[in-house]
Write a protein that binds this ligand. Sequence first.
Ligand SMILES: Cc1cc2nc3c(=O)[nH]c(=O)nc-3n(C[C@H](O)[C@H](O)[C@H](O)COP(=O)(O)OP(=O)(O)OC[C@H]3O[C@@H](n4cnc5c(N)ncnc54)[C@H](O)[C@@H]3O)c2cc1C
Length: 409
Amino acid sequence: MFAGSLALGALATRKSWASVPEAAAALRRTAPAGSIPHLPPMRVHMDQLTDIKVCLRPFRPMGPRLDVEKIGDKTVIHNYGHGGSGWSLSWGSANIAVGKAAATLKESVAVIGCGVIGLTSALTAQRAGKTVTIYTKALLPHTRSVRANGSWTPDSRVALTKPAGPEFAAVWEQMARYSWRTYRDYLGLPGNPIDFRDNYSLSDIPFDQRHLPPPAPGVGDYSTTGKPQHTSEFADYGDLIRDIIPNPEDIDPKDNPFPVAHARRANMMMFNFGAYGHLLLSEFYQAGGKIVIREFHNPADLKSLPEDVIINCPGYAASDWWQDKTLIPVRGQTNWLPPQADALYGVEYRGAALLSKTDGVMVQGLDFTHTLGEMIGVGNSFEHADRSEAEKAIGIFEDLFARMGKEHV
Ligand SMILES: Cc1cc2nc3c(=O)[nH]c(=O)nc-3n(C[C@H](O)[C@H](O)[C@H](O)COP(=O)(O)OP(=O)(O)OC[C@H]3O[C@@H](n4cnc5c(N)ncnc54)[C@H](O)[C@@H]3O)c2cc1C
C-alpha cells in the first residue's frame, strides 16, 4: 500500500498520464525497459482446466448506443453495445450517460443491469450526487462481463469505421481517455483490482511479415450484406491515444527468454474481476445504493419504476428485451486455469493468448488460422463451451512452456 501510494503520489505531480505504466514498473509489476525478468514457465495443461466461459460481445457497427429515448414520461438513456471493449471504456461511457441523466435535474436514477457498464454507470451517478437503484436480472459475477478476458482493449470490435464515422471516433477518444484516467484511482490497492503486467507477443516470422489475406473478391461488406465481411472494416482508433498508451518494445534476440524467433513486449493494464468487482459493488453499497433483482420483458415495463430517469445497460440482452436488431453477436470463449502467482505475465503466440492474472490463468483462442483476425466469432451466437477450442489454445502454450522449460530455465 505504501509503495502504491508513493507511486501514485509521484503520478499526481506529473503532467502526463503516460506515467501510469511507469508507476506499475516502480511497483515491480512490469519490467523496466531494456531488462528481462526471470519468466517462470507456466503449468498449462488440459488437466488444469477449471472453467470454460463463453460470452457474446455486444457489437454495434455504429458503436455503442448512448442516445436518449422517451418511454411515456420516463427518460431512458441507453448505454450498451460496447463490443469487445466494455471493461476498457466503461468509465468514459458512464460519464457520457450520467451527463445526460444529470441534465434532467432529477434526484433519483434507475440503472438497468449490473454488468461492468451498469455498475460503473451507477457509481458515476452516485458520484454526481444521485440516489441510485440498480434493477437487474443478474449480479456482476453472473453476467457476461465476467466471461471476458479482462485487459485494456478499448477499440476491440467496438465499431466499424464507415458506419461509425468520424463523430464516433471523437466520442471514443473521450471515453478512452476518461476511463484510462479513472483506472489510475484503482492502481496499487490491496488485492490489485487493476493491475499492470508485461504482455509478450511471440512470432515465428518477423512481425512486419504478418499480414491477413485481403478480402476475397465479391464478398461485399457491411453496407451490402448487413454484416462485416473482413477485419479491415473494424475501426482501429489506437493512434488517437498513442500519447498515453505504452509503446511495445522489440526484444533483442540475444535477450529473448522464449524459444521463438521474434518477441515483443508491452505493458498491459488488466482487470482482476474478483477483486475489482467486489470493490465496485462495495463502493456502490457504501454510497447508499440499492439493488433490486428484476427482469424486464419490454420497454413498457419501465413505466412501473418509481424513478423517471433510467440508464439502460443490458449489454447484448438489448437484442431481446429492447428489440435492438443492430446488435451483432461476436462469440468469444475464455478457458481458465488456477492462478499462478509466481508467473504473472501475458503471452500471445500462434493465434492464442494467455494472461496470467491474480484471479486465474486465462487462455483464449484468437485466430488459429491467421486468416480471420477480428472476424473470429462475428455473427456467432452459440453461447456454449467448445472443449476442442480450449484444447487447441491450451496445447499451444503447453508446447511453448515445455520447450521453454528445457531450453531456458
Ligand atoms: C471473450 C470475451 C473477451 C472480452 N475481453 C474484453 C477485454 O479484455 N477488455 C474489455 O474491455 N472488454 C472485453 N470484452 C467485452 C466486454 O466483456 C463487454 O463489452 C462488457 O462485458 C459488456 O458489459 P455490459 O455491462 O454492457 O453487459 P453484461 O455484462 O451482459 O451485463 C448486462 C446486465 O444487464 C442485465 N440484464 C440484461 N437483460 C435484462 C433484463 N431484461 N432485465 C433486467 N436485467 C437485464 C444482466 O443481468 C446484466 O446484469 C470481452 C468479451 C468477450 C465475449
